[in-house]
Design a binder for this molecule. Structure first.
Ligand SMILES: Cc1cc2nc3c(=O)[nH]c(=O)nc-3n(C[C@H](O)[C@H](O)[C@H](O)COP(=O)(O)OP(=O)(O)OC[C@H]3O[C@@H](n4cnc5c(N)ncnc54)[C@H](O)[C@@H]3O)c2cc1C
Length: 407
């Protein structure tokens, strides 16, 4: 046994910070494995919300295809009775005193799991935070839809067609999976919203811009080609090699000097780690993510596990950190649960290993692209695959605890 691990039978207070993909699955697994045994172990989950958000479905909420309630999973319906849930905003850490600090009481722990996810990264681009909306919560998704509705409503009384068209243009910065999925969803919805306001649907535009040379950077050329084709068919205007230098009242001003004008601006250009870890003393790497050992424990803090977007875990094949995805977060949540249980049972810890299942991106409500099992597919099948992944995810929550509220 590693000298830093707990002794079996020792009193343990495990506190999991964050009920996202990594944190929820870690707590569900631990609850299921502990069953009614191990009275010496306390299990607490802390989140600012009393629900889990299926973030991967936010583009559909923003496009109006899905009600917000469908992608919020009430935690009381899924947690094991031995889990104490604390709804509170976490404000910091007292690592020396082993306490998680919240806006309410401090919560003592013997083992802490940090699974606080990430937040949009504006890369310090002037004006961006004020000018653009983001898509990182159900509330954000509602705001995007509401902003579109407000702009379209105001377009009705615009002085001329050019001004009407400007207000009916949605500009999305960042053509990674989130930007592409949002563009695809909106492409189908904007004409309907225009009609509802008695506007000419042909004036509705979506402009998807990216600083890099392609959309979906890092994906296979075949997948990128197909996604570009679907976006073209949907009428989305893609502008690559277009770095945003600043955002003003007029719109996104590019490095080239061009200004992309529009009515609604959404930033999906990247993520960075929760602000709480900066200055906390935990060693951080790229984008403020916490550096961990092979068991997913923070370096120099073996009593603190880190999982999900917040953890910087190096892919031995590429030498780069694994991307911040739900797929990686779930795998890390599982390893953290395994290792916490190993500590309780007096077994050796398991190193984290990751086997990617591939990439699936929906592009519009009926189509998509996917790289799976060494094959690139596009069209309806890829979209069905995306739906199947969501179904499987909801089943995994149900399987571990019994939740079955599928919207
Ligand atoms: C629009 C969108 C689409 C995406 N699509 C995909 C996709 O198709 N496939 C994919 O694999 N990944 C996708 N991702 C990425 C994926 O959602 C993240 O990688 C994943 O959510 C990371 O899981 P996590 O557990 O680290 O963090 P999260 O799921 O973000 O959970 C973090 C939790 O911590 C809580 N929290 C944070 N700070 C505090 C605080 N101070 N106090 C209290 N609680 C706090 C939050 O409320 C949240 O519940 C998408 C992300 C977005 C935004």
């Amino acid at each position: 046994m590693d000298e830093t691990t707990a002794r079996p039978g020792e009193k343990q207070e495990i506190v999991i910070a964050g009920a996202g993909y990594a944190g929820l699955h870690a707590v569900l697994r631990l609850g299921a494995w502990l069953e009614d045994k191990h009275d010496e172990v306390g299990l607490t989950l802390v989140d600012r919300y009393n629900y889990h958000q299926i973030l991967t479905e936010l583009p559909r909420v923003a496009g109006g295809a899905r009600p917000a309630e469908d992608v919020r999973v009430p935690l009381r319906e899924v947690l094991d009775k031995r889990v104490t849930f604390v709804q509170a905003t976490i404000t910091g850490f007292d690592f020396a005193g082993r306490r998680l600090l919240t806006e309410a009481d401090a919560i003592p722990y013997t083992r802490l799991v940090l699974a606080l996810g990430s937040r949009p990264n504006d890369f310090g681009i002037p004006g961006l935070a004020e000018r653009a909306l983001t898509l990182w919560s159900v509330e954000d998704a509602r705001k995007v839809l509401a902003a579109i509705d407000t702009q379209f409503a105001s377009a009705v009384s615009a002085d001329d067609r050019a001004e009407q068209a400007r207000r009916m243009t949605v500009v999305i910065g960042g053509a990674g999976a989130t930007g592409v999925e949002l563009a695809g969803e909106l492409a189908e919805e904007l004409p309907d919203i225009a009609r509802r306001h008695g506007l000419d649907p042909a004036l509705a535009r979506i402009i998807l811009i990216d600083a890099g040379p392609t959309i979906l950077a890092g994906s296979s050329p075949g997948l990128i080609d197909r996604a570009n084709g679907i976006l073209r068919d949907l009428g989305v205007e893609v502008r690559t090699n277009s770095r945003v230098a600043r955002a003003t009242e007029d719109g996104f001003v590019l490095l080239s000097g061009d200004t992309i004008r529009g009515g609604v601006f959404v930033w999906a250009g990247g993520v960075k780690a929760s602000e709480l870890v900066a200055g906390s003393g935990l060693p951080v790497g790229n984008n403020g993510r916490v550096k961990v050992d092979q068991y997913l424990r923070a370096l120099d803090r073996p009593e603190v596990y880190v999982a999900g977007d917040l953890a910087s875990v190096t892919d031995p094949e590429t030498g780069r950190a694994y991307p911040p995805t739900a797929q990686v977060a779930l795998a890390e949540g599982k390893t953290v649960a395994t290792n916490l249980f190993a500590e309780i049972a007096g077994r050796p810890l398991e190193p984290f290993e990751y086997d990617s299942k591939g990439l699936v991106v929906s592009v519009g409500p009926r189509s998509g692209v996917a790289d799976v099992a060494g094959r690139t597919i596009g069209g309806r099948l890829a979209h069905l695959l995306k739906d199947a992944i969501e179904w499987e995810y909801r089943q995994s929550v149900k399987h571990l605890r019994g939740w079955s509220a599928i919207g």
